[in-house]
Design a protein around this ligand. Structure first.
Ligand code: SAH
Length: 429
């Protein structure tokens, strides 16, 4: 195996089990004979200190994070390694009570949070949607899919691989696939058996159910065309909290995507539920989900509109139009405003502007659910942006709940970067 030797004193973060090695920390890389070696992306490497002490095993990648660590134990890395890690991820979801008759949508693997850097797996009623964020995971995707079937038994019958947008543009893995004129996306396993050709896969695809259950509500999940793995499983518990407050209220679900929050509000007898998303596709997903859960229910209306236009009362039919009563429960769940530290300031201004608009418009006694899923925006940054927004409106605002990602998106305690979703529930007078 290839050995990555760190510079003097650069072993400190690995000794605290942080799972990344940055390229700047590397002194030299050698093959098994001690010759200098340039690894290929996805190669397995041992990482040692400058004095030769074993530190960890990981996968090499090209870029500022040069090695993603899978294990800190020297004899841990054998042919059962991935089965053991997947087993542990699966056991945790069982412990969390997420695999039930009325709930079969959950995140099974959350990257570093499950000791499997670069790998995301979401499960929707027997279909696992697998996403690689590194070339290393891409190269072992088929073996991982088979391990998954072995671990989950009857709970997972199909594995769809979806990494077109998550594998870096520069990775050879992606370039290779594209040079052959093929998308990297496709089924790896259908009905428990590996898919041998795309043609064979196509024929079987129509047998796969695309309806998953979350807390008893039904959702079409379009992993072929939808965002991320097709659905945002990370808001499950926060949606359930909306259900507690929505009875009798006029609810606005802003940035609705497939409409998740809206159906919890409808189930709790909200008076009106309006779902808004700028994407027409998202609105058609939402409307299809209304038909699954509350066919013909006139309390719901979906709007394909920009958030600010809607909040400014520019959309016919909204309750922000002149003479209409407005909303008394608003959900703001925008896409990540900052993907990098460099744009953090702008993102914070964006959160402030958006929240100020909603806080200005919400009816007295209203409840605002507001979120940020930007990893680079900390809990404190976000709270500060919302605080500034509140101060700008001058309204009396109290924090009722501080929300976060659910337990099937666990945070490795040694890897605080895994924390990304935060939210506040505010009572506005
Ligand atoms: N709340 C959703 C997830 C939201 S994802 C859920 O529970 O599943 C963010 C959504 O914001 C995306 O669907 C995207 O299309 C939408 N969006 C992005 N920019 C927008 C804008 N300016 N106005 C309205 N919607 C927007």
């Amino acid at each position: 195996m290839i050995t990555v030797i760190l510079k003097h004193h650069k072993e400190e973060s690995l000794k605290r089990f942080h799972p990344w090695v940055f390229s700047g920390a590397i002194y030299r890389i050698e093959d098994e004979f001690g010759n200098e070696k340039q690894p290929e992306e996805g190669d397995w490497v041992r990482v040692v200190s400058d004095s030769g002490e074993f530190l960890a095993f990981g996968q090499y990648q090209i870029g500022s994070i040069a090695v993603r660590i899978f294990s800190f134990e020297e004899d841990d890395f054998d042919e059962t390694f991935f089965v053991r890690r997947l087993q542990s991820a699966y056991e945790l979801r069982r412990t969390l009570g997420l695999i039930r008759k009325d709930n079969n949508a959950y995140r099974l693997v959350h990257g570093e949070g499950d000791g499997l850097p670069g790998l995301i797996i979401d499960v929707y009623d027997g279909t696992a949607v697998m996403q690689a964020h590194t070339a290393g995971i891409h190269y072992i995707r088929e073996a991982l899919a088979e391990d998954l079937i072995q671990v989950a038994g009857a709970d997972i019958r199909n594995v769809y691989y979806k990494s077109e947008t998550t594998l870096g543009y520069k990775t050879e893995a992606r370039q290779e696939a594209e040079a052959e004129g093929e998308s990297v996306n496709g089924y790896l396993i259908i009905d428990g058996k590996p898919v041998t050709s795309r043609e064979a896969g196509k024929q079987l695809e129509s047998t796969i159910s695309d309806v998953a259950l979350e807390n008893g509500l039904k959702f079409h999940v379009d992993w072929l065309k939808g965002q991320k793995t097709g659905f945002f499983v990370d808001q499950r518990e926060n949606r359930a909290l909306v259900e507690k407050y929505a009875a009798g209220r006029r609810v606005l679900n802003m940035f609705c995507y497939t409409g998740g929050f809206s159906f919890y509000a409808m189930r709790s007898n909200a008076e009106v539920v309006h779902s808004v998303d700028v994407s027409k596709q998202a609105i058609s997903f939402t409307n299809a989900n209304v038909e699954l859960n509350f066919p013909g229910d006139e309390r719901h209306k979906a709007f394909a509109a920009d958030a600010f236009d809607f909040l400014d009362g520019k959309c016919p039919g909204s309750l922000f139009e002149a003479g209409k009563p407005g909303y008394d429960l608003i959900i703001l769940d925008p896409p990540a405003f900052a993907k990098h530290k460099k744009v953090l300031r702008n993102a914070l201004r964006g959160y402030q502007r958006l929240n100020a608009k909603a806080l200005e418009k919400i009816r007295p006694g209203g409840i605002l659910f507001t979120f940020s899923c930007s990893q680079v925006v900390t809990k404190d940054d976000f709270r500060c942006a919302v605080f500034s927004a509140a101060a700008q409106t001058g309204r009396r605002v109290r924090i009722l709940h501080q929300l976060h990602q659910p337990a099937d998106h666990p945070i490795n305690i040694y890897h605080p970067e895994g924390e990304y979703l935060k939210g506040l529930v505010l009572y506005v007078e």
